[in-house]
Write a protein that binds this ligand. Sequence first.
Ligand code: 13P
Length: 336
Amino acid sequence: MTQLTETARALVADGKGILAADESTGSIRKRFDAVGVTSTEESRRDYRHMLVGTPGIGAHISGVILFDETLRQTAPDGTPLVRLIEQAGMIPGIKVDTGAKPLAPDPESGETVTEGLDGLRDRFQEYAALGARFAKWRAVYAIGHGKPSARSVHVNAHALARYAALAQEAGIVPIVEPEVLMDGAHDIDACFAATERVQHAVFTELVAQGVRPEGLLLKPNMVISGANAAAQADPDTVAERTLACLRRTVPAAVPGVVFLSGGQGDEQATINLDAINTRAQRDGAPWRLSFSYGRALQQAALRTWAGDNAKTEAARAAFLERARANQEAALGRLAA
Ligand code: 13P
């Protein structure tokens, strides 16, 4: 087994999943604003230290995706946060894209292409030296009014595959994240159609560019009703549609699928993951099906902490509980 496959499998072992704590400076400012915290280098450090320093978290979380700044930060006692992650038995990861930018030549279309390829080979060398063993790149697609367009599907798939090839060359497992947004009033069939098209294009490009499926993880959206749709599909329908879509598009050689939460409530993200695994146990599925949640793992902890380091213990308890529940869901035994 190659090192890439070993790392990819470790990230989805035993129902464990990934903590996405890689919000860019702009995104974390929005999350902090919502709970009245000023975003500074120190408050961001304190918050991420609160999360990764949670005692016992390594029993539920296999890896942590970090933003560039965090990969270089240290705890108040001087220990690098990367070392704390490793000491807890977790694997450090790094977000390497530089964000979704308006798609030329129609910047008003509302579609985007994710950037960050320039200099990426050299950045991977540095990130590997700093301890990163896996990486993330997120492409984003909206549904509705002709979206996602064939152009956006193509250029984002191409960029995802170029990123993934460079990651594997550096010995780093690429998490390939094509996120079809849940914003809108569309039904679950529209989400299925868009997600199938996007994932099919992504795997076509991955194959064309020589990326090895054994050494990557897919991070997709679940196939789900639009957030504003009048009728909301129930968890078993979400599970059935999500698995049907993945079966059509994802090679069996891929070790794991780690879902994003994408704005689902934290309970909802856990219940849907449990439904997916319950169905997979019944119908069969070739990949591990776990989580790589940002908001759905952090929301309760962030609200509890709210900038007050005296609340660290209570915030850690809230985080630990979400991590534990999602591990149960990844094993399909939450409802059991
Ligand atoms: P959410 O789970 O909040 O969607 O975040 C996951 C992520 O990493 C988005 O890129």
